[in-house]
Design a protein around this ligand. Structure first.
Ligand code: ATP
Ligand code: MG
Length: 287
């Protein structure tokens, strides 16, 4: 659905040149959630801006479906949630959506209907008529997401959708991403939060200093690399307890937990999981 081939991009600031992308290639398949992962300054936002035609690049090619990314049609099938929300804080959530709908030249009836639908979708049905300046960070992200979805895009590009969100906000955003996937949308999201990759992404690319240094499937990588899992239980008498367990021993542990009446709080890949893989790969590339 998205094919990026050999993209190079330099920024000029004064006399200094910064090579932000040094020949990036990757493919996002139709209907998948693709994670663009990497530390601060890796080039994630730059790549997204190149893809959306918001900045020029010197070399390489980006295709959306069969189209060059610069074609109008490619732009109309793409929705974008920027790193910093671009909403008018002195308008209500609903007014923001109606305003952007009018910029998309949507007719009044359709835009009213679409706006109501989207407010419901992002969980802002009640708050839709409050001024955006009274919104929490999480609500702000959700109204921007609604804005990105106005024209019902096939492809949704999310730049750090979970950054600054509290745990509940994160869960809501993860939920929305899963729902969009169910609706058949193709999603490209950038993040530096590894558990978010584990929670929603099908595949991911690790980008570091302007280069893709790893591309793969999340489940595949966890299966290949996770040596054990960390299971958190809540026990009635002794409170929270963390247990390290090998995959093949997991069911036995759960059986014991069930017999004892423990509550499972979380199961995460432990040593050898994505987090450690990233650390190892990045360290290799530092040398
Ligand atoms: N407008 C700009 N002018 C000059 N340099 C820039 C500009 N935008 C980004 N850069 C530089 O390009 C590199 C890549 O930045 P980019 O914002 O793409 O990284 P990122 O992976 O999105 O990081 P973050 O996780 O902090 O959002 C950095 O070295 C950054 O300083
Ligand atoms: Mg960024």
């Amino acid at each position: 659905m998205i094919t990026i081939t050999g993209v190079r991009k330099k920024y000029r600031s004064g006399r200094k040149k910064i090579e932000a992308l040094k020949g990036v290639s990757l493919t996002v398949k139709k209907g998948e959630v693709f994670g663009l992962v990497g530390p601060n300054g890796a080039g994630k936002t730059t790549l997204i801006k190149c893809l959306l035609g918001l900045t020029e690049f010197e070399k390489g090619k980006i295709q959306i479906g069969e189209l060059d990314h610069k074609e109008t049609r490619a732009k109309t099938i793409t929705g974008y949630l920027p790193e910093e929300a671009r909403v008018y804080t002195n308008l209500t959530g609903r007014e923001n959506l109606l305003l952007f709908a009018s910029l998309l030249k949507m007719d009044a009836n359709k835009s009213r209907k679409r706006t109501a639908e989207l407010l419901e979708f992002v969980g802002l049905k009640e708050a839709g008529d409050s001024l955006v300046r009274t919104y929490s960070k999480g609500m702000m992200q959700r109204i921007s997401l609604a804005q990105a979805l106005l024209n019902d895009p096939e492809i949704v590009i999310l730049d750090e959708p979970m950054s600054g969100l509290d745990p509940l906000g994160r869960i809501m955003m993860i939920d929305l991403i899963k729902k969009m996937k169910q609706e058949g949308k193709t999603i490209l999201m950038s993040t530096h939060i590894i558990p978010d990759v584990e929670a929603v992404c099908d595949r991911f690319a690790l980008i570091h200093k302007g280069k893709v240094i790893f591309e793969g499937g999340v489940a595949e990588v966890i299966k290949r690399h996770a040596e054990h899992y960390v299971v958190k239980f809540l026990k009635e008498d002794s409170g929270l307890e963390e247990v390290n367990v090998k995959a093949e021993e997991m069911w036995e542990l759960f059986e014991e937990g069930r017999a004892e009446g423990w509550k499972v709080i979380s199961v995460l890949p432990g040593r050898g999981g994505l987090q450690e893989l990233f650390k190892n790969i990045i360290e290799e590339h530092e040398q």
